[in-house]
Design a protein around this ligand. Structure first.
Ligand code: NAD
Ligand code: IPM
Ligand code: MN
Length: 354
């Protein structure tokens, strides 16, 4: 049996608590994982002047996958902490796909009443390496009345083609429907280009039915008619915004996992929750660990441990359906450890009965 080497970066705030639960659940279903924990965080920044060491990518390169909590905490500006860790790691490992499945899980109440699991099962494929997230730009005429900043977006041919093709592949193996998030009415260069790539690649996939929606209208569609959506592909910023929105309509940020994936598999991919470090509830032991545990299930799936991944997924569903143990975001009083522990025990039982 294969042993896996998995790096964890628990990070800041609730990232630390939810990562501990995900590690325990993965240990429960796949024995013998070799974990290496890296304490890279805002605390590390305040201590050393850097979120992570300059050779961090080399330190991580040998592992099979990375499980990241969340980084960012009051005391360190967000652009410093995120451009000091999360964004450079995504780029160092070419993790150009950000895969964000959004499902209505059993036993959780959607903000959209009367919706059932079949109505809400969306896969957001977010471009993860370029687009609006760019370091190009800067301040002009500082201090003068005509002061302004420029923030450039970068949409490369390679970058657009590979993420759109990836989304078509996922759509072809799922429900056969793909919706592209655009905004070519307002953005004069980037989005018309994105649309032209989308339309060109669509011709390679006649079996996939396509829609192109302006991202504002698409945001409304997620709330009003989630059943009409299957796979959504969007740029870095649009995918970011739509994934928090979609998570919210399924019952909250505490439930939505995410994978930063390099499909080439020559380098590690990195799995994390969609949510951040939640400073408003940090240190209280009440964060919902489900999103991070489901990110762990995505990690196992990526490693080819499909049975273990399914066991984790089913354990989450069973415990939520049962409804006895809920964290406060789900209307209960359970702690992070109580919900994580219940999911781990259920996962063990499922693996044993297989
Ligand atoms: P956030 O996702 O941390 O929190 C938004 C709201 O959702 C808060 O009210 C929070 O309490 C709640 N919430 C989030 N996760 C929850 C969970 N598991 N259980 C219960 N409630 C949960 O977003 P934010 O407040 O915009 O960001 C906080 C910090 O995290 C910032 O520094 C931000 O830059 C950073 N951030 C990091 C990542 C990452 O590292 N992957 C992702 C997003 C945000
Ligand atoms: C996410 C986060 C990050 C992003 C931030 C923290 C830079 O919101 O992973 O969704 O926008 O990519
Ligand atoms: Mn986000």
């Amino acid at each position: 049996k294969q042993t896996y080497r998995i790096a964890t970066i628990p990070g800041d705030g609730i990232g630390v608590d939810v990562t501990a639960e995900a590690v325990a659940v993965l240990d429960a279903v796949v024995p013998g994982i070799e974990w290496t924990e890296f304490d890279w965080s805002c605390e590390n920044y305040l201590r050393t002047g850097a979120m992570m060491p300059a050779d961090a990518p080399e330190q991580l390169a040998g592992c099979d996958a990375i499980l990241l909590g969340a980084v960012g905490f009051p005391g360190v500006p967000d652009h410093v902490s995120l451009w000091g860790l999360l964004i450079p790691l995504r780029r160092a490992f070419g993790q150009y796909v950000n895969l964000r499945p959004v499902r209505l899980l059993p036993g959780t109440e959607s903000a959209l009443r009367d919706r059932t699991a079949e109505d809400l099962d969306i896969l957001i494929v977010r471009e993860n390496s370029e687009g609006e997230y760019s370091a190009i730009g800067g301040m002009h005429n500082p201090g003068r009345p005509d002061e302004f900043v420029l923030q450039e977006s970068v949409f490369t041919r390679v970058g657009c083609e590979r993420i759109i093709r990836y989304a078509f592949e996922r759509a072809a193996e799922r429900g056969g429907r793909l919706c592209s998030a655009t905004k070519s009415n307002g953005l004069l260069h980037s989005m018309p280009y994105w649309d032209s790539v989308f339309e060109r690649i669509a011709k390679e996939y006649p079996q996939v039915s396509t829609r192109e929606m302006h991202v504002d209208a698409l945001a409304a569609e997620i709330v009003l008619h989630p059943d009409r959506l299957d796979v959504i592909v969007g740029s870095n910023l649009f995918g970011d915004i739509l994934s928090d929105l979609a998570a919210a309509v399924t019952g909250g940020l505490g439930l939505a996992p995410s994978g930063n994936i390099n499909p080439d598999r020559t380098v590690p991919s990195m799995f994390e929750a969609v949510h951040g470090s939640a400073p408003d509830i940090a240190g209280q032991g009440i964060a919902n660990p489900v999103a991070q545990i489901l990110a762990g299930a995505m990690l196992l799936d990526h490693l080819g441990e499909h049975a273990a991944a399914t066991a984790v997924d089913r354990a989450v569903c069973d415990v939520l359906r049962d409804g006895q143990i809920r964290t406060p975001d789900l209307g209960g009083t359970a702690t992070t450890a109580e919900l994580g522990g219940a999911i781990a025990r259920r996962a063990v039982a499922l693996v044993a009965s297989d």
